[in-house]
Write a protein that binds this ligand. Structure first.
Ligand SMILES: [Zn+2]
Length: 148
């Protein structure tokens, strides 16, 4: 069992969090394997974080560069692109795995909506693309489920 350890002085079985033995009241050495484990976990977490940061950076940068730079309404497109990337990277996959009412995807909705609305507001009111962007996202939304 991982919740208990043996006192190295008297052999008493005690809670693994205890720093003193309750039988012989001697100081207990920190469990070495535990420290190594948490270090390893930290190392793996660091690698995972690095990977996640890189993947996210690319996932947001590549569409931004290809969708907005040098195109008309670049700023509006950039915002909408970020919203779409949030959909593609987080909301759709999370919803597909955990269902549309899952809490995991919820924090991404306000962010997605903020970028989407901001982008749409930057299009001129009579610009047809504004409608197209909305229409496209609606189609995507409804083939995947409810949007917000
Ligand atoms: Zn002891």
């Amino acid at each position: 069992m991982t919740n208990y350890k043996e006192c190295p002085h008297c052999g008493e079985v005690i809670n693994y969090k205890a720093t003193k033995c309750n039988k012989c009241s001697k100081e207990l050495p920190l469990q070495k394997y535990k420290r190594i484990n948490s270090k390893k976990v930290l190392e793996i977490a660091k690698k995972a974080l690095f990977f996640i940061v890189i993947v996210n950076f690319l996932a947001f940068t590549i569409p931004l560069l290809t969708q907005s730079v040098g195109k008309p309404y670049a700023k509006a497109k950039a915002y909408v692109t970020v919203a779409k990337t949030i959909n593609a990277m987080y909301i759709f996959p999370l919803s597909q795995v955990f269902g549309y009412k899952n809490i995991l995807a919820k924090p991404f909705y306000p962010a997605r909506d903020y970028f989407y609305n901001k982008g749409i507001s930057l299009y001129p009111k009579d610009e047809g693309e504004r409608e197209i962007q909305w229409f496209r996202e609606k189609i995507k939304c409804c083939s995947h489920g409810k949007m917000s």
